[in-house]
Write a protein that binds this ligand. Structure first.
Ligand SMILES: [Zn+2]
Length: 468
């Protein structure tokens, strides 16, 4: 048996790992898209390093695009088997894959217009909406903690890992030549302090672990006062300065965190009576999907559901679906809060809202998470005097700030806590993936001190044999 690492190897996106089982079975764990890797991105996403038609099974850890975003291309390139995931992951993946196909097509529209002018051949998108739809019938959903026999000698069980709704660690028991190996793939591990989700769950003892390491060198500041900070931004911007508060937020996860906090403030009678807009069709659909899985919430939220049947809704909240209604928000004079995607302000409607509001000192642009340094969010966080949006220069007069205490990824203490259910001596090898190399080197040291005898950091397309 061996494992081939075809993505998220010494980097954080493009998650793809193949377990090769004799004779000739291949199980692909995740099929993620590379994101934000500059000029290399397209090339990385175009070259598999393996043959999709030769894969027998696909198992998906969770619905983030860097874990599912190449499924349509996998199917387009010849994969015909099943795709195993939790029910919530399948529901969210359908929304996100359609959105991803639209983004691929939109991105190329601009590039291709330029190439057409220059007389250059046009680029093809990685996939389109039709390709995305062809993935849906292949999903085979399995609830958490149920043993599932993929075929004789290959058993699968998902355990909750608290990262986003439906996210799972993949626990496999695979027989080869009569000998069984237990392999666990972490997917992405959440924090043990999530507002909405349950804590990551213990998982069965493994012989081999493939583990994410995004924040393997970092400790998050845990803040129970995040909602208070959010309230202060609303009061300072909307009540004192009579301005608009623009909150760029990812459609999946961060938008619901913000809505949950606003709802909580309302329950405590502290939420100022204003208009609160969620301006993103994808965020609306995702929030609706998340509401369908209350069993996945943590106990605090389940308790809250007894006295508040919709924990993401409160007085003054309005969802904006149509583009024309989004444009109308530009003309609103009165103070308001606008929550819109994307979180890094690189795409989506929030870019228009920033362009419209960034030059007015009454307003605040409030980021809710990490932004790539070159994204619009990353550039604004550096507090520049002006910023370029849609090829136009805008003076930055609005206050730019950040709530940095929301993260879907655990820090190194969370990662170690997730591993605490294991006897380190029984883990033959722990493979670190989904992290920057210097972070992984640092995390590896920590794990060796904790007693894990062999920790490896595979490079891209590296194939590593598993000992008996
Ligand atoms: Zn993720």
């Amino acid at each position: 048996m061996k494992i081939a690492f075809h993505g998220a190897a010494r980097t954080v996106t493009g998650s793809k790992h193949i377990i090769h089982v004799n004779p000739g079975k291949q199980i692909l764990l995740d099929c993620g898209l590379y994101q934000g890797m500059g000029k290399e991105t397209t090339e990385l996403n175009s070259n598999w390093g393996f043959v999709p038609a030769e894969i027998d099974y696909v198992v998906i850890s969770h619905a983030h695009i860097d874990h599912i975003g190449l499924l349509p291309k996998l199917v387009k390139d010849g994969y015909k088997g099943k795709i195993f995931c939790t029910p919530a992951t399948a529901s969210l993946a359908k929304l996100l894959l359609i959105d991803s196909a639209r983004i691929q097509e939109d991105d190329l529209r601009y590039v291709n217009a330029k190439r057409e002018k220059a007389g250059l051949p046009l680029f093809e998108p990685l996939y389109d909406e039709d390709d995305a739809i062809k993935v849906f019938p292949l999903f085979e959903t399995i609830p958490y903690n149920e043993h599932y026999k993929i075929e004789s000698g290959i058993d699968l069980m998902f355990t909750d890992c608290g990262h986003i709704l439906g996210s799972a660690a993949v626990n496999l028991k695979i027989k080869e030549n009569g000998k069984e190996k237990r392999i666990t793939f972490s997917g992405d591990v959440g924090s043990y302090h999530d507002m909405i989700l349950r804590n990551p769950q213990p998982f069965p003892q493994a012989d081999y672990i493939i583990m994410e390491s995004t924040y393997g060198d970092r400790l998050h500041e845990v803040s129970t006062a995040t909602a208070d900070r959010l309230l202060k931004f609303i009061v300072d911007t909307c009540l004192k300065k009579k301005g608009k508060l623009i909150i760029p937020a990812f459609s999946l996860g961060r938008t619901q965190d913000v809505l949950f906090m606003l709802n909580r403030l309302e329950l405590e009678h502290r939420l100022p009576p204003l208009n609160y807009y969620v301006d993103s069709p994808l965020s609306i659909k995702i929030t609706d999907t998340i509401k369908k899985y209350p069993d996945y919430y943590n106990d605090d939220v389940k308790q809250l559901l007894h006295r508040d049947e919709d924990v993401f809704s409160f007085a003054g909240l309005k969802y904006i679906d149509k583009v024309e209604d989004s444009i109308k928000l530009n003309d609103i004079e009165e103070p308001c809060v606008i929550i819109s995607a994307s979180g890094m302000a690189e795409a989506g409607r929030v870019k228009h809202h920033i362009a419209n509001n960034v030059s007015d000192s009454r307003n605040t642009i409030l980021f809710t998470g990490y932004c790539e340094p070159n994204s619009l969010g990353g550039r604004l966080k550096k507090q520049p005097e002006s910023v370029k949006i849609f090829s136009k220069e805008f003076a930055v007069k609005a206050h730019v700030d950040e709530i940095a205490t929301l993260s879907a990824h655990g820090d190194y203490e969370d990662l170690c806590q997730w591993l605490a259910c294991q006897n380190p001596k029984d883990v033959k090898t722990l493979f670190l993936v989904h992290g920057d190399y210097d972070v992984q080197v640092n995390f590896k040291e920590r794990l060796i001190k904790k007693g894990f005898p062999d920790v490896q950091i595979p490079s891209l397309h590296e194939v590593i044999g598993l000992r008996d």
